[in-house]
Design a protein around this ligand. Structure first.
Ligand code: ADP
Ligand code: ZN
Length: 615
């Protein structure tokens, strides 16, 4: 009862405030899906003043912001920013051209007072709209505006020289640049132009930088927005923003649209929580798919997006004609780190004792952003103590600081861990090269990839294969066990790093016994029942029950396959123990070994004398 009275008294007053607020704020921003901010040179800024195009100028300590007078029929509010330059004539000119101007200090008093007052209002607005959600359509758009800022950079000024250690990605992107520079050339031959390029890799490896560099190299405008900027709690806003974005981009074509953290928007539908905001994200995603299918590549708009979680993306986004080009932007190896460090040291006065190679060697697992951080931190440290140049001691200290920061995020490997991984990966590689039915090793690396995997050994199939023979499957099993066995015979103990290998090995062995009828004991029969439930396998396919006896036989056969293979691999690696040693040491030093180099090492070294029978 009491609460009822409370609301009655409480509501009208809040409602009045709400109405008042709407009158004040909504006309300014309601129908603009974005605030468009464009960075321009100072000279252009002045020209805008002189041409009477600016309505208002806001000056802070480092930048100047100009709000353009709205043009006929324009919905979005346009803002230009420029870096502040000492210019004694500026104020005179502002007055002469009747421009309103003011100065702010960043995040000062006024702003926090404003927030104090504004935050409760926002919460109230959210509650109000949640209640009326669905009925109002794209009514209130002002909230979350800051996240949704669309940035347009006419010229990013970033070139490929600014991005280092990602040569393969650059190579792949050259085609995109070429296309943006002369779209006609491609059209004439009827060539298919990529619409969407997805950059995949851990945070801080330079995905955004690469996208900017593509725009910079092609000298086309760069539109950027974060994926989360589309996701709003208000129905229709996200979709409207997508439409707006594409409309604006097409006007400025050729150009690049870059969506950072696209996973925020493109999460696979089932993976989303059941709660609110879910349906709205789906609408937004659908709109994006619609726009992607609809826009004409001949106009020269290329969509680029970045994610560090490709596995959660909705498959619809990855289909041909959408983000069908995937480029891996991985953690840099030692050589790559050296190059990245060089880029960031360009404008730093280095001491004579600085050896960038050593810094690169001291920073395994660091991404470009970490390295930029190291250089910056070192420069600050040196400046603080009044040094003339940044010496090696400053770098050492900077590295330690950055490592301490990363350790908190559990991204640094100890020396010991690195060693174990080096032997583990060398084991995979040596087995792969020793058995006839395995794919050739393309590359071995101990640089952590993605989120969970430690090192990796990349094997490339020499041809596309659909049928595998029993002996080929046995060889695959052997390669998978190679990592663990290498750890066993080197360290006499095993780590948890082989878990994924063992899972995959068990899967193969299970399939061999159950699905392919490759067990001698059980004969050519399949026993599909009882396997692990698969995606979309809602239990409809559960077949006949297996007798306990048969289940036991299956288990025993799987076990036997794995044990036999384990023995076989042990034989192979013991025969190759010297090579294992050489390879692991080299891997520790270089972090990456290419396939050819591996085969060269194998051909130049003798097998170890100790003879164990191998199958
Ligand atoms: P991502 O988008 O992959 O998270 P960013 O492109 O935002 O990474 O990188 C952040 C910053 O780190 C860049 O602005 C740049 O200073 C530095 N950086 C990252 N990768 C590289 C690289 N490969 N070469 C040079 N600098 C890099
Ligand atoms: Zn492994």
């Amino acid at each position: 009862m009491q609460t009822g009275k409370m609301t009655k008294r409480f509501f009208p007053s809040l409602f009045v405030i709400f109405l008042l607020l709407s009158v004040v704020t909504v006309p300014r921003i309601a129908f603009s899906a974005f605030t468009v901010t464009e960075k321009i040179p100072y000279s252009d800024f002045k020209k805008l003043i002189q041409a009477n195009k600016l309505e208002e100028v806001i000056i802070d300590s480092a930048t100047m912001k100009g709000i353009l007078k709205p043009e006929e029929g324009e919905k979005a509010k346009k803002i230009v920013t420029t870096v502040k330059i000492e210019d004694p004539d500026l104020i005179k000119e502002l007055i002469a051209h009747n421009v309103k101007f003011s100065a702010t200090t960043n995040g000062g008093w006024g702003q926090s007072l404003f927030l104090l007052w504004f935050i409760p209002m926002i919460i109230f607005l959210i509650l109000m709209t949640r209640m009326r959600r669905g009925a109002t359509g794209a009514g209130l758009m002002s909230i979350g505006k800051s996240r949704a800022n669309l940035y347009i950079d006419k010229d990013t000024g970033v070139t490929f020289d600014d991005v280092a250690g990602v040569d393969e990605a650059k190579e792949e992107l050259k085609e995109v640049i070429d296309y943006l520079q002369n779209p006609q050339k491609y059209q004439r031959l009827g060539g298919k132009i990529p619409k969407g390029v997805l950059l995949v890799g851990p945070t801080g490896t330079g995905k955004t930088l690469l996208a900017k560099a593509v725009a910079g190299e092609a000298k086309v405008p760069f539109f950027s927005i974060g994926g989360s900027g589309f996701v709003e709690m208000f129905v229709g806003v996200g979709a409207a923003r997508v439409r707006d974005l594409f409309a604006q981009a097409q006007e400025k074509a050729p150009c690049i649209i870059f969506i950072d953290e696209i996973d925020a928007l493109g999460k696979v539908r089932a993976a989303a929580p059941i709660s609110g905001g879910h349906e709205e994200r789906e609408n937004t995603l659908n709109q994006l798919l619609l726009e992607m299918d609809g826009f004409d590549t001949r106009k020269g708009v290329i969509l680029m997006a970045a994610t560090n979680r490709p596995e959660i993306l909705d498959p619809a986004l990855l289909r041909p004609g959408r983000f069908d080009r995937h480029i891996l932007v991985d953690r840099p190896d030692i050589k790559g780190r050296e190059e990245i460090l060089k880029v960031h040291c360009k404008n730093v006065k280095l001491g004579k004792d600085v050896d960038i190679k050593i810094i690169a060697a001291r920073t395994p697992g660091f991404v470009g952003a970490d390295l930029a951080n190291v250089v910056n931190e070192a420069a600050l440290l040196a400046a603080r103590v009044g040094k003339e140049a940044v010496g090696m001691d400053s770098f050492e200290e900077a590295i330690n600081r950055v490592i301490a920061g990363l350790e908190k995020k559990k991204r640094v490997m100890s020396k010991r861990e690195q060693e174990i991984i080096a032997y583990h990966e060398s084991g995979h590689a040596l087995v792969a090269e020793s058995v006839p039915g395995a794919d050739k090793v393309h590359r071995i690396s101990i640089i952590p990839r993605g989120i969970s995997a430690l090192g990796y050994t990349l094997q490339l199939p020499t041809e596309d294969r659909y049928l595998l023979t029993r002996s080929e499957l046995m060889d695959r099993l052997a390669v998978l066990l190679g990592g663990r066995v290498a750890e066993e015979i080197t360290f006499n103990e095993i780590s948890t790093g082989a878990q994924n290998d063992l899972e995959r090995a068990t899967d193969i062995a299970m399939s061999m016994v159950r699905e392919y009828g490759m067990s001698e004991k059980l004969g050519p029969m399949t026993f599909q029942n009882g396997r692990r439930p698969q995606f979309l396998d809602l239990g409809f396919r559960a077949g006949r029950e297996l007798s306990e006896e048969v289940s036991k036989d299956i288990d025993n056969e799987v076990k036997k396959l794995i044990f036999d293979t384990h023995e076989r691999v042990k034989g192979i690696l013991e025969e190759n123990k010297d090579r294992l040693e050489i390879l692991a040491k080299l891997l520790l030093e270089k972090e990456v070994i290419e396939g050819e180099e591996l085969r060269k090492i194998i051909s130049e070294t003798a097998p170890s004398p100790k003879k164990t029978s191998s199958v």
